[in-house]
Design a binder for this molecule. Structure first.
Ligand code: OSB
Ligand code: MG
Length: 373
């Protein structure tokens, strides 16, 4: 396969409900949609689900736009490859920039799937036809507003609730949700908001230990693997890593240190499908449960997440909810939807398994660029 043209579109979709994490609040999503055309005219799609600003990680929409346009696209355009892993190998001299990489990687897998006549899920060895879905709920202005959100999503059939937390918004909301919904599967995500050297923070995290949580996700900084290992040893609640796990090599270190009881796999954080499958395989071998996280993806990224989440090691509910939880109209058909908390793995066509509605991309884009050899 040889890619001869790459079109980047910066697409904005408004969020139905504002989302606040330990670091910031957002009301819309700006993602870069990648449209890669092969020499035979086949079109492959990818989505760069980078956060707009560099808080969750050091990448941003603008860094992805720059890296895709100035570095990744020139490395790939006009160069033939047989498998998407070979396409990824053409760009290894670029350091980091995983979200930017993932956008292009997805488009390569979409092209590859179409060339082979197989879905992405089949190509990676996925087996599940439906993925158990949870929802990730942001920090709300009040506990009552949070309880309304939980009630709504439990009512919609979602199978697990994840609450964003931070110092000062932890024990109180968790206790309130636990009291109102005693039986639900519940977990928290701190997005690096706590410090392992703070007695106050450790006390807050320890106080969560009797709330029957499925896990506490990423309490400490991305590079604080020792801090997470110490906490994992001291809590009964499993510690899950998200931000920290940026590659299979970091995963190996984290597992060696006992820093992760559970791993959140995100295709974009890991820089693509290949490393995501590799992290899954190592965790499965090591008996570490994994689940599929999300970055508020549009339908393209959501379809890729579902394909990866169909692998057998994904035993915990994902964050890959229906796109209608986040935005009014999906840019793909059929739209990604949950029924009774289960999201079908797309299989309507080869590759990503969904059809991309180009008119919606054109209608919602803030800017675009066409790159050729
Ligand atoms: O840490 O999982 C996270 C969204 C943006 C940045 C980081 C995270 C999240 C989510 C949302 O939790 C998950 C989703 O896509 O539904
Ligand atoms: Mg997270």
């Amino acid at each position: 396969i040889t890619i001869t043209e790459i079109e980047l579109s910066l697409v904005r979709l408004d969020l139905i409900h504002e989302f606040e994490t330990s670091s910031h609040r957002k009301s819309h999503l700006d993602h870069i949609v990648v449209r890669a055309t092969a020499s035979d005219g086949t079109v492959g799609w990818g989505e760069c689900a980078s956060p707009s600003d560099p808080y969750y990680c050091s990448e941003s929409t603008e860094s992805c736009w720059y890296v895709l346009g100035e570095h990744l696209a020139p490395m790939l355009l006009g160069r033939p490859w047989e498998h998407p892993d070979d396409a990824a190998a053409l760009t290894t001299r670029l350091s980091g920039n995983h979200f930017a990489r993932a956008g292009l990687d997805m488009a390569c897998w979409d092209l590859y799937g179409q060339a082979r006549g197989e879905t992405l899920a089949t190509l990676v060895g996925g087996t599940a036809e439906r993925i158990s879905a949870g929802v990730s709920l942001g920090i709300e202005p009040t506990v009552d507003a949070l309880l309304d959100q939980v009630a709504r999503h439990v009512g919609d059939g979602y199978r697990r609730i994840k609450l964003k937390c931070r110092p000062g918004w932890d024990l109180e909301p968790v206790r309130a949700v636990r009291a109102a919904f005693p039986g639900i599967a519940l977990q928290v995500d701190a997005n690096t908001g706590y410090r392992a050297d703070s007695a106050e923070h450790l006390a807050a995290l320890t106080a969560l230990d009797d709330q029957g949580l499925l896990m506490i996700e990423q309490p400490f900084a991305e590079d604080d693997l020792l801090g997470h290992a110490g906490l994992a040893a001291r809590l009964d609640t499993p510690v899950c890593l998200d931000e920290s796990i940026t590659s299979p090599a970091v995963l190996a270190t984290a597992l060696h240190l006992g820093a992760a009881d559970i791993v959140n796999i995100k295709v974009s954080r890991l820089g693509g499908i290949g490393p995501s499958v590799a992290v899954h395989d190592v965790c499965r071998e090591a008996g570490i449960p994994v689940w599929c996280g999300g970055m508020h993806e549009f339908g393209i990224g959501r379809a890729a997440n579902l394909a990866v989440a169909s692998l057998p090691g994904f035993t915990l509910p994902s964050d890959v909810s229906g796109s209608d939880k986040y935005y009014r109209q999906d840019i793909v058909t059929p739209p990604i939807r949950a029924t009774e908390g289960l999201v079908p793995v797309p299989d309507a066509r080869p590759g990503l398994g969904v059809h991309v509605d180009e008119s919606l991309i054109r209608a919602n884009r803030l800017r675009h660029a066409v790159l050729k050899e």
